[in-house]
Design a protein around this ligand. Sequence first.
Ligand SMILES: N[C@@H](CCC(=O)N[C@@H](CS)C(=O)NCC(=O)O)C(=O)O
Length: 224
Amino acid sequence: MAEVKLIASSLSLFCTRIEWALKLKGVEYEYIEEDLRNKSPLLLNYNPVHKKVPVLVYNGKPIAESLIVLEYIEETWKDSPLLPEDPYEKAMARFWAKFADEKCLLGAFDACRAEGDEKEKAIETAIESFSFLEMQIGRTKYFGGEHIGYLDLALGWIPYWLNVMEEVGCMKLVDAQRFPLLHRWAEDFIETPVIKECLPPRQKTVEYFTASINYLRSLATSKQ
Ligand SMILES: N[C@@H](CCC(=O)N[C@@H](CS)C(=O)NCC(=O)O)C(=O)O
C-alpha cells in the first residue's frame, strides 16, 4: 500500500495547511513531529535545500514547500478538488496564495516584530496588502466557492495565527470594521470541524511567536 508521511511541526501554519488538505481529501498519513531546534537526519535528508517543514513523503519521494505540496496533493488525490477547473481561476488562486505568503504573511510578521517609528509604517503596509484580499472575496462562503479550496487553505493562517501575531505584536491588522468580508470568511473557516481539529494550542503558539520575535529583535539590536 502507498505510504504517506508528513514531517511537520505542530505549531507551524505551513504544516497545518498540509494536514487540512490531507484530511479534506481523506488521505491517511503518518505524522512525524520535527524538533526544529535539533533537526533530524530524516528532515535534512528529505529537505537538504531549505531544511524546513513541512515535507510530504509519498512512496519514499519527498516534496517540500507548502504551496507546492498542496498542488501535489491536489494532483495525486482527485477526490474533493481544491483548485477550480477553469485555467484562469486556477491561475488566480495560485496568484493570491503566493501574494498572501509574500506580502500579507511577511507583512504581518514584520509589523509584529517592528518597534518604534518603524512599527506604524509596517502596520500600514500590511493593512494595504490585506485590503487586496478583502477585494477577492466574492459572494460565496469561501474563496474556493461553497467548499473549502486551495486558496482557503493557503490563507488559513489568518483566522488563527494572525490573531496570535496581533497579540504578540500589540497591534490589530484585520478588524471586522475595515475588513468585514475577510472577517466573516475567517469566522466560517475556523469553525469548520476539520479545520478546527488541526489547530495547535493557543498558549503554546503565543509562546512560540513571542520567543521568535524576541530572538529577531535581539539580533537587530546586536547589529546596531
Ligand atoms: N516557504 C516554506 C516555509 C516553511 C517554513 O518556514 N517552515 C518553518 C516552520 S514554520 C521551518 O521549518 N523553520 C525552520 C528553520 O527555518 O530553520 C513553506 O511554505 O513550506
